[in-house]
Design a protein around this ligand. Structure first.
Ligand code: PBG
Length: 330
């Protein structure tokens, strides 16, 4: 019997021609795997670049609608809405988060009207709406879990009313998925999906994002380590994931992505729910920066990063490069 020893078995045989390599590729990156996060700004027919995210622009609602149409035409199934809330609309309690006329709600409505078949997801968390830049309510110098959850429910129902398809709680409060799910059911939003950021780490890779949405200044040097996970831990991510499944999540998210492929892979083996990963701003920025220096081939590194995330076990990836990559793949 040929038990796989050389020279009967030569693994280079199947690598020797392009057609054979194509035939045996186990993982294929498609536009359909991508979710494109869009930063939204107030105003009309305007774009503003994000210095720390080369190639990423913030769009006014009317322009975001045009870009969403483009994304849909490229085969991207879903976009994420990230409002750059004006400092005048930020409050201590983040109450613009449940204002039906907020920038986020206006963007959701406009994109839903123009592209009814395109999925729209939105972050559920208070960081974009609070004067202090934390994801939760700051009471006596601490992020109050249970009061924050009450606020997140108001925010979730407000977004559901605006017509969002998927809520992405990115706040890392305990118990929020169940309470949001109960509220959605109670109000008969039975098809509103919850993409729970289950394993969200207290990462230094969120820097350019906080720049883009203007929460960096408000947060100062404050850390989010009392609610986001310690990068040292992996079992904790599994516990978070199991809780979120039990509480009614439809997909689970791991964030950041590339530095946490072990978490994705462990979860893929253990749980039977589709996984998402967020290739966060710092991951994107590092690839772009090296590419602009001419030190790496940016397109190839980007494709390799996204492919690795998929190979690790994700069915979807949020990436600022989604539009570019989809254009290339088409
Ligand atoms: C906030 C939120 C963050 C990101 C997405 N939602 C930042 C944070 O937790 O401070 C980061 C995304 C990125 O870096 O691209 N809830």
């Amino acid at each position: 019997m040929n038990n796989g020893t050389f020279p009967h078995t030569r693994l280079r045989r199947m690598r020797s021609d392009a057609w054979a390599r194509t035939l045996i590729a186990e993982t294929i990156l498609r536009p359909a795997d991508l979710i494109w996060p869009i930063f939204i700004i107030e105003g009309h027919s305007n774009t503003v670049e994000v210095t720390s995210l080369p190639g990423v622009e913030r769009f006014t609602v009317d322009f975001a609608v045009e870009k969403a149409k483009e994304a849909e035409a490229l085969g991207i199934p879903c976009v994420g809405i990230f409002p750059c809330v004006d400092s005048a609309d930020k409050r201590e309690d983040g109450s613009d988060a449940w204002n039906p006329d907020s920038l986020a709600c206006r963007a959701i409505k406009a994109i839903k009207t123009a592209c009814p078949n395109l999925g729209i997801m939105v972050d559920v968390a208070l960081d974009l709406y609070t004067t202090h830049g934390h994801d939760g309510l700051l009471i006596d110098g601490r992020i109050d879990n249970d009061k924050t959850v009450e606020a997140l429910v108001k925010q979730s129902i407000c977004f559901a009313n605006a017509g969002v398809d998927a809520l992405g709680p990115s706040d890392m409060m305990d118990g929020r998925i169940r309470v949001i799910r109960d509220a959605l059911e109670e109000q008969r939003f039975i098809d509103t999906k919850i993409f729970a950021y289950s394993a969200k780490y207290a990462s230094a890779l969120y820097g350019p994002y906080r720049d883009a949405v203007g929460s960096k200044g408000t947060l100062g040097g404050a850390s989010k380590s009392t609610y986001q996970q310690d990068p040292a831990n992996s079992d904790e991510a599994i516990r978070e994931a199991l809780l979120d499944i039990d509480e009614g999540a439809d997909m689970l998210m791991i964030k950041p992505a590339s530095y946490y492929l072990d978490i994705i892979s462990r979860l893929k083996q253990m749980v039977h729910i589709p996984l998402l990963a967020y290739q966060v701003s710092g991951e994107y920025a590092m690839i772009k920066a090296a590419s602009l220096q001419g030190w790496v081939d940016g397109d190839r590194v980007m494709d390799e990063a996204l492919l690795s995330i998929k190979r690790a076990g994700c069915s979807g990836i949020l990436s600022y490069a989604a539009l570019d990559v989809a254009r290339r793949l088409n």
